[in-house]
Design a protein around this ligand. Structure first.
Ligand code: ZN
Length: 212
């Protein structure tokens, strides 16, 4: 069955399958040993697959952890090597940072270069000239819901309310497996999954849809 991808801004994806009750759960900024293994265990306990947009420098530091994420069946995407803001970075530096991360993932990923090439620009901010080049090689994945799990002024309950209020068919939801977000994220994640299940949503990795 062909996938209908909603493209609101050229080749950039904000939301998938608006006709189906799917949620695409994503985690940015890992992998780190303090947080990512706990996320993996929560996802396993629900038998859910998600998508992890990883920072290349974290993959360099924790290659086993990146492989563990892949081994447990989750999709992996590129989040640049040093979490660069595209609009503040020269195109050469930006492309190099993405390429460096890609080579690392290719070396470590069980599917090698045959994996799906997903890219999430940090902060969602890239120049048009960067997008035009990158969309030729990558599925550029932004989001429909940003949970603000990293915001220390928000309680877990408030983060959960954001999830509940904005979830809809095909939502791409951003959490962070980072030190800054873990306080909220680890508490909210199981409750968010329970909520989606109670509403009849299926939770899927982006790879699953893009490959079908
Ligand atoms: Zn990020």
């Amino acid at each position: 069955m062909p996938t209908i991808i909603q493209r609101l801004y050229g080749g950039v994806v904000w939301r998938l399958t608006p006709q189906e009750k799917n949620i695409f759960l994503t985690f940015d900024d890992g992998p780190i040993p303090q947080v990512t293994p706990q996320v993996l265990d929560i996802l396993d306990s629900y038998q859910i697959k998600a998508t992890f947009f990883m920072v290349g420098d974290n993959i360099r530091k924790y290659p086993d952890l990146m492989q563990e994420v892949a081994k447990r069946g989750h999709a992996i995407g590129n989040h640049t090597f040093n979490h660069l803001k595209g609009i503040k970075t020269s195109n050469k530096e930006y492309f190099d940072s993405i390429k460096k991360t890609d080579l690392l993932i290719d070396q470590l990923h069980p599917k090698g270069q045959n994996r799906l090439h997903l890219l999430r620009p940090p902060y969602g901010k890239i120049k048009f000239s960067q997008k035009r080049v990158l969309e030729k090689s990558y599925n550029i994945i932004l989001w429909d819901i940003i949970t603000h799990d990293y915001d220390k002024n928000l309680s877990p309950q408030q983060v959960l309310e954001i999830v509940k209020k904005y979830s809809r068919n095909g939502s791409i939801v951003v959490f962070h497996d980072s030190l800054k977000a873990q306080g909220n994220m680890l508490q909210v994640l199981p409750k968010a999954i329970d909520f989606w299940h109670s509403e009849g949503y299926q939770i899927k990795p982006i790879e699953h849809i893009a490959n079908c």
